[in-house]
Write a protein that binds this ligand. Structure first.
Ligand SMILES: *Cc1c(COP(=O)(O)O)cnc(C)c1O
Length: 395
């Protein structure tokens, strides 16, 4: 499999890293829709099972198309190893659960994607793994939550949907001093704008469903880390429990990576233009955009991210009724709970992604009844701005 020399820039790696060409010399990466593999001799088969022969055994374990996707992600992220999964949640659940046992303790930022919160808050305690939720912005809370049995810190940054930015190097340092590892869900930042491993995190997880596909076609996830973490905690767990990605989906995601850089840059430029227009709009009570000087963690954004976000958060004056009017009036941006797509998507978190939370918990996270999350797509920015300003007239 071709490895890119270390001096290639990310854009080049996104196109070339990990390409495994068959004997036919295809330009575009091949899709290997195969469950299993055959062996030339019984001796070769034995060697493969012993791990002495590097080929493939079974597509629950690995597959050439899946291996290409993993290799491209490894080189983009600066990781040593990776394992892809059927969905982002399969990746998150495996990264958190696989290394733990009853009696261990997990600390997580409270501002989590709904299903991540379920895993940490509801699922782990059923297996005797205690969890503490903290305000991720408050470093003292991370510090105070540490116990002798704390094994994992987990966070998302920027957070969903309020786009707060958590201090990854500082939180990694607290974790490491306490003998814990830091797992970062980097979906909102994308690998284009933030590299958690370089910032001190031990494990990075993605829902590849979002920007990595970015065209609304398939689900997928990936865990990236050191060779040792994968070997010790992930490799066997995934092989035996089987949350494997389909080779077809891995192929879609592999091809998605080729355009990830251009898409994320274009979507970020558009999101930043939308944020600038909304910032001074009379119907908007609050605007959050990482990358603007008025973002609450603007200095930290500069320090740990290479760019802003493809998402914009804003609170419409007039609460839920006003927010619903805006959503219903939009012609171009469509109502959805998804994000990172070529098509602009709008979400009302209070009634969708975060409806499971108690109203007071939503308020503590800064998710008001009028809060809208806007995921900028690849449409022309002016069309989206015209669509939004026309809808806001009706708010
Ligand atoms: C969507 C998402 C997930 C889950 O990914 P799926 O591919 O839908 O399983 C996890 N974390 C974050 C931050 C997400 O946005």
């Amino acid at each position: 499999m071709s490895k890119s020399p270390a001096n290639y820039r990310p854009e080049t790696r996104l196109v070339h890293s990990g390409t495994l060409r068959s004997q036919f010399g295809e330009t575009s990466e091949a899709l290997f829709l195969t469950q299993g593999y055959v062996y030339d001799t019984a001796e070769q088969c034995e060697a493969r099972f012993k791990g002495e022969d590097p080929g493939f055994i079974y597509s629950r374990y690995s597959n050439p198309t899946i291996a290409m996707f993993e290799r491209r992600m490894i080189e983009l992220e600066g990781a040593e190893a990776a394992r892809s999964a059927a969905t982002g949640m399969a990746a998150v659940t495996t990264a958190i659960l696989a290394p733990l046992k009853a009696g261990d303790h997990v600390v997580a930022s409270r501002a989590l994607f709904g299903s991540c919160l379920y895993v940490v808050q509801d699922l782990l305690p059923r297996y005797g793994i205690e969890t503490t939720l903290v305000d991720g912005l408050d470093l003292d809370q991370w510090q105070r939550a540490l116990r002798p049995n704390t094994k994992t810190f987990f966070l998302e940054s920027p957070t969903n949907p309020t786009l707060d930015v958590l201090d990854i190097p500082a939180i990694a340092e607290i974790a490491h001093k306490g003998g814990a590892r830091l797992v970062v869900d980097n979906v909102f930042a994308t690998p284009i704008w933030q590299s958690p491993l370089a910032l001190g995190a031990d494990v990075v997880v993605y829902s590849a469903t979002k920007h990595i596909d970015g065209q609304g076609r398939c689900l997928g996830g990936i865990i990236l880390s050191s060779e040792a973490f994968i070997a010790e905690h992930i490799h066997n767990f995934m092989r035996q429990t089987g949350p494997s990605i389909s080779p077809f989906n891995a192929w879609v995601l592999l091809k998605g990576l080729e355009t990830l850089g251009v898409r994320v840059r274009a979507q970020t430029d558009t999101a930043s233009r939308i944020a600038d227009v909304l910032a001074s709009h009379p119907k908007i009570a609050r605007l959050v955009y990482p990358g603007r000087a008025d973002h609450p963690q603007a200095a930290l954004v500069k320090k740990q991210m290479r760019g802003g976000s493809t998402l914009v958060g804003f609170e419409v004056k007039g609460g839920k009724a006003a927010a619903f009017r805006v959503l219903n009036e939009l012609k171009l941006a469509r109502i959805s709970n998804n994000l990172g797509d070529a098509k602009s998507l709008v979400t009302h978190p209070a009634t969708t992604t975060h409806q499971r939370l108690k109203p007071e918990d939503r308020a503590a996270l800064g998710i008001g009844e009028g809060f809208i999350r806007f995921s900028a797509g690849l449409e022309h920015a002016d069309d989206l701005i015209e669509d939004l300003t026309a809808a806001l007239e009706k708010a």
